[in-house]
Design a protein around this ligand. Structure first.
Ligand code: URA
Ligand code: URA
Length: 187
């Protein structure tokens, strides 16, 4: 396991998969390194690739609003992605790209030691929770892992495409907030 500075260095120099050839900036993660709550998205889009910061595009702006709605700020949580480099044309990351990048994310989780991990969307949930995860059926379900609780919600982009998903997502986020408060006394 690497400490932060070393980990960041490795990510910034990483050429282990094809995405390293086309990225502009590596998007490592942002927020509070002592966060009790960590969010994991899919991978950088165009704006993220340009800025090096996760969730700054359209989906990110919606995500900020959702966080605000449960009275949290970006600085309270940590936000990262399954892959740290932008897949060209926003295609889904490929299996080998996810597998190659995952050790970096695991290293981050071990450094942060969150109490709650929330997967944003199907890709993250299938990578982190279960490869057969069905987002429509299993979002909002909570699982126990060694050291933390984990759940998945619809990806903010899915909410932009289909606003009907917002209602149930609001319920999911209220439950995230409730559990976050319950754990407040622990860390
Ligand atoms: N979508 C993601 O999954 N991650 C980002 O960082 C931005 C958009
Ligand atoms: N499709 C996705 O990729 N993610 C969601 O959260 C919902 C539908």
């Amino acid at each position: 396991m690497l400490e932060w500075e070393e980990l960041i260095q490795e990510c910034e120099n990483c050429t282990k998969c094809e995405l390293g050839k086309t990225r502009h900036k590596v998007v490592i993660g942002t927020g509070n390194r002592n966060a009790r709550l960590m969010f994991i998205g899919e991978g950088p889009g165009q704006q993220e690739d340009e800025t090096g910061v996760p969730f700054v595009g359209k989906a990110g702006q919606l995500f900020d609003k959702i966080l605000q709605a449960i009275d949290l700020k970006r600085e309270d949580v940590y936000i990262a992605n399954v892959v740290k480099c932008r897949p060209p044309n926003n295609r889904d990351p490929e299996e080998n790209e996810k597998k190659t990048c995952l050790p970096y994310l695991r290293n981050q989780v071990r450094l942060i030691r969150p109490k709650i991990v929330v997967c944003l969307g199907r890709i993250a949930a299938q990578e982190i929770i279960d490869s057969s995860f069905r987002i429509t059926r299993e979002r909002g379900v909570w699982f126990e892992r060694k050291g933390f609780l984990i759940t998945a919600v619809y990806h903010p982009s899915a909410l932009l495409r289909d606003p009907a998903k917002k209602q149930v997502t609001w319920k999911d986020f209220k439950e995230i907030r409730r559990r976050y408060d319950l754990l407040a006394t622990i860390k």
